[in-house]
Write a protein that binds this ligand. Structure first.
Ligand code: ZN
Ligand code: ZN
Length: 141
């Protein structure tokens, strides 16, 4: 499977290859600090499974001053293509993917869990498993 995504102005186009590592709602403090969001719905690929098909020179990288995290965005339209985490994984917003698929997220990418739920700033009432930290380990009861 390959997913094709592009920024709003279409200058940057990426391919996301194979299965994502995880597709989840992330409540971690680091994402919140990097992106100024309460939490977000993401699909995550390893670095080698993401290729830039077009517009490499339009990508600007913001390096967080203290965390090993980056935000990669289009310098023309400002659209965030992905952020990176400490594993160098490419964390892609499901909103961006959905927008590139006629506002319908491919069903296999829909979040199936919450991660870093112990760092949440908002409680979620749904039936998905809520992992206190990463997607392996203890669950919120
Ligand atoms: Zn753009
Ligand atoms: Zn996070």
């Amino acid at each position: 499977m390959t997913y094709k995504i592009q920024c709003k102005c279409n200058r940057v186009q990426l391919s996301l290859h194979n299965e994502p590592i995880v597709h989840a709602y992330c409540h971690c403090n680091d994402c919140r600090d990097l992106l100024d969001i309460p939490y977000h719905s993401v699909a995550v690929w390893s670095e080698e499974n993401v290729s830039i098909d077009k517009g490499q020179d339009s990508i600007t990288i913001y390096q967080h001053p203290s965390l090993k995290m980056q935000k990669h965005f289009c310098s023309q339209c400002g659209d965030v293509l992905f952020n990176t985490n400490i594993m160098d994984w490419r964390v892609v917003s499901q909103l961006l993917i959905a927008r590139c698929y006629n506002n319908k997220l491919p069903p296999e990418l829909v979040s199936d869990r919450h991660v870093f739920y112990e760092q949440r700033i908002i409680n979620i009432a749904d039936d998905l498993p809520k992992y206190l930290r990463g997607s392996k380990g203890a669950l919120f009861e």
